[in-house]
Design a protein around this ligand. Sequence first.
Ligand SMILES: NC(=O)c1ccc[n+]([C@@H]2O[C@H](COP(=O)([O-])OP(=O)(O)OC[C@H]3O[C@@H](n4cnc5c(N)ncnc54)[C@H](OP(=O)(O)O)[C@@H]3O)[C@@H](O)[C@H]2O)c1
Length: 315
Amino acid sequence: MQSPQGTPWTVADVPDQTGRVAVVTGASTGLGFEVASVLAARGATLVLACRNRERAMAAARRITEATPGARVSIQQVDLASLASLTQAAEELGTEHEFIDLLINNAGVMVPRRDTTMDGHELHLGVNHLGTFALTSLLIDRLLPTPGSRIVTVSSVAHRNARLRLDDLQSSANYKWGEAYAQSKLANLLFTYELQRRLAAIGAETIAVAAHPGNADTELVRDFPLQQKIIGSPLVRWATKWLFQHPPEGALPLLRAATDPAVRGGEYYGPSGFREYTGSPVRVESVGQSHDLDAQRLLWAASERLCGVSFGPVIA
Ligand SMILES: NC(=O)c1ccc[n+]([C@@H]2O[C@H](COP(=O)([O-])OP(=O)(O)OC[C@H]3O[C@@H](n4cnc5c(N)ncnc54)[C@H](OP(=O)(O)O)[C@@H]3O)[C@@H](O)[C@H]2O)c1
């Protein structure tokens, strides 16, 4: 899909965001930082929702250096802790009566099995359950806001995933790649179920998904060897058609968040080979992500595991 002018959609197509409030999780670095920077440059009031205050402050400084006068604040939140999510949502709700954009970007990829503070497997807990809980806790600030959007960041990795409803926490035969992929499939199942529930109540808020392809970020920070290989100039040169820099990787997220042509339940990613690189277009997720039973069962399991509920509005 091209922009209305028939040319690839670029950062120049991000419309004016003046007067809009955008909450971006994981905005301290990588894709979240890029998305936040562009939205701030377009006039949005930005909330950098980050777990590490120092890294968030450094990101805020970089944004205001690039865009003097940018409206940027920091909300400390750890997606690995329901207590932190609850406190953050309360503080955000006090600060902002309305939220226009919630960009569920924060995510982890770790080699060894680890758990959140609430005891959930880390990929499931941060990438999906933290996202699910934060969205439910902020939904009352999004629903009354005309044109509001919830953008959740998935990955090409979802294609290889298997949703193990009998072992969502990957307790048996742990493989990090499978746990990560399952969490990214969960991001899509959640988005589609959320969109259907929003549509059922006639909400103006829409839920959209996006993925960056392969972007050269800090995501592999816990894989020293992988980081070294991917970071090598020679490897980067030889595989430049497989990787893009964070500003390009952020474009599908920005398109999902701001293009007026976007509709609820759509999914955006890069246009190139296997969606690894390229300009941002509407893409398709695998059949499993559209499985209605899987969407409903994951929703119910997520409510149970998080101890939060979207009800009574989005029952
Ligand atoms: N890079 C890729 O090729 C790629 C491909 C497909 C999908 N994605 C997805 O894109 C999203 C962004 O990743 P990235 O590539 O930009 O990686 P990144 O550079 O590592 O950024 C990840 C962000 O998530 C934050 N985060 C991690 N755990 C958190 C927690 N418990 N609570 C709050 N924030 C937390 C990090 O905060 P700290 O600064 O505190 O660490 C950081 O800001 C992720 O959802 C990832 O799965 C990335």
